[in-house]
Design a binder for this molecule. Structure first.
Ligand code: NAD
Ligand code: MG
Length: 396
């Protein structure tokens, strides 16, 4: 039982319920029907999937980002009592409606406003949507402190660190170590990477995930975004965050202490383990994730990341050192570049080039307000889109 202590079901909201993390969350809820009541579910455009989930889980309301999907969604839910709304404001309203627990699993900076709405009302927020912390980390963490919200990391690395991080004796922590699978192109040289297609980039060796994060894993930008995420979640300076490539994805991350102890969390590469940790928190609940058979795995290997073949890692460290708007710009440029790569407009190696040139084109400024985030995000998207056109011409 997830909530053995209180016995009352936990009311929950899932932002991005139709995605990879969203459906894994629902898989866990389905296995423990008495423990959860579903307040709201949201999606971007998949109204059929959203309607199916809402009916099955008896959600009180649904919100869909794409206004054009309102009509068909409303019709699909006719005869039910499920509330239906559409548009970006509807996502914020869904996140604002009272519930105990919110899964933030929208992809990209599009998740910032709804995630902030959940944080501002002091909910328990399970955060998968790492771009929220990359584009507006300081502001988001200030809101967490102000509202008293509980932020629980879902990203497997951060969830691992959260489980072994001694929050009461932070002075004993020397550094944190993020593990990276290295993605599908881990062993390739740049000439080979240049030829890779979107289908090859999204075929991750260990994890089954949404398209954007899969491409981010292939460029290793994902690990860079996770470095920024970790910096905010654990208040660690970037020089105390190491990255090590660990192709088996069994050790999900580690915390090194000043006495030489290193604590790790292990598990099979199945997001239902970190999601379950947050869903039942502070209790534990069973998850159907395959159990680790260490003898069958036999060996775990590690190697240093290569910032030359994977320039995203270098760009992220530079953006963190530059501070201010640089991470916001990096994130927005990366979203545009990944989208263009998935649409076959630019090549794989162009992704990091678009990000690098966007960062170079936009002078760093302060991020003091959400308006600053929106302004830099918008400028970066415009600049990156222009660069994409240039690369598209070269490629043709
Ligand atoms: P996904 O593409 O499978 O799903 C994204 C969800 O967000 C969908 O429900 C989609 O409808 C919704 N969405 C997309 N764009 C939107 C928009 N503009 N407005 C409103 N809703 C929108 O993505 P995913 O793989 O589930 O990843 C979600 C987040 O979790 C990402 O930030 C990712 O980095 C992070 N994450 C994912 C995994 C994983 O295993 N998939 C692991 C760690 C972290
Ligand atoms: Mg991760």
């Amino acid at each position: 039982m997830a909530l053995a202590s209180s016995g009352t079901p936990r009311s929950i909201t899932i932002l991005g319920s139709t995605g990879s993390v969203g459906t894994s969350t629902i898989d866990l809820i389905r296995r423990n029907p008495g423990d959860y009541v579903v307040e709201a579910l949201t999606a971007n455009s998949d109204w059929q999937g959203l309607a199916r989930q809402a009916i099955e889980l008896k959600a009180r309301s649904v919100a869909i980002g794409d206004p054009a999907a309102y009509g068909p969604l409303k019709e699909a839910l006719a005869g039910t009592n499920i509330g239906v709304a559409a548009g970006p404001e509807a996502l914020v309203e869904a996140a604002s409606a009272k519930s105990d627990w919110v899964m933030a699993a929208i992809v990209g900076a599009a998740g910032l406003a709804p995630t902030l709405a959940a944080i501002r009302r002091g909910a328990i927020v399970a955060l998968a949507n790492k771009e929220v912390l990359v584009c507006a980390g300081d502001l988001v963490m200030q809101e967490v402190a102000r509202s008293g919200a509980t932020l629980l990391p879902v990203d497997s690395e951060h969830n691992a660190i959260f489980q072994v991080f001694d929050f009461d004796r932070v002075e004993g922590i020397e550094k944190i170590i993020l593990t990276a699978s290295g993605g599908p192109f881990r062993t390739l040289d740049r000439a080979a990477m240049a030829l890779k297609t979107p289908a090859q980039a999204v075929a991750h060796p260990n994890w089954k995930m949404g398209a954007k994060i899969s491409v981010d894993s292939a460029t290793m930008m994902n690990k860079g975004l996770e470095l920024i995420e970790a910096k905010h979640l654990f208040r660690m300076p970037q020089e105390k965050i190491d990255i090590v490539v660990h192709p088996q994805s069994v050790i999900h991350s580690l915390v090194a202490y000043i006495d030489g102890s290193v604590l790790a969390q292990l598990g099979s590469p199945d997001m239902r383990t970190p999601i379950a940790y947050t869903l039942a928190w502070p209790a534990r609940m069973p998850s159907p994730s395959p159990r680790l058979d260490l003898a069958a795995i036999a060996s775990l290997t590690f190697e240093a990341p290569d910032p030359v073949r994977f320039p995203a890692l270098r760009l992220v460290r530079e953006a963190v050192l530059a501070g201010g708007s640089a991470p916001t710009v990096l994130n927005a440029a990366n979203e545009i570049a990944v989208h263009a790569f998935l649409a076959e407009k630019i090549g794989f190696l162009h992704i990091a080039e678009v990000v690098e040139q966007t960062l170079a084109a936009i002078p760093v400024g302060p991020i003091d307000t959400l308006d600053d985030v929106h302004n830099f995000d918008k400028r970066a998207r415009e600049t990156a889109a222009r660069l994409v056109l240039g690369f598209a011409r070269t490629a043709a």
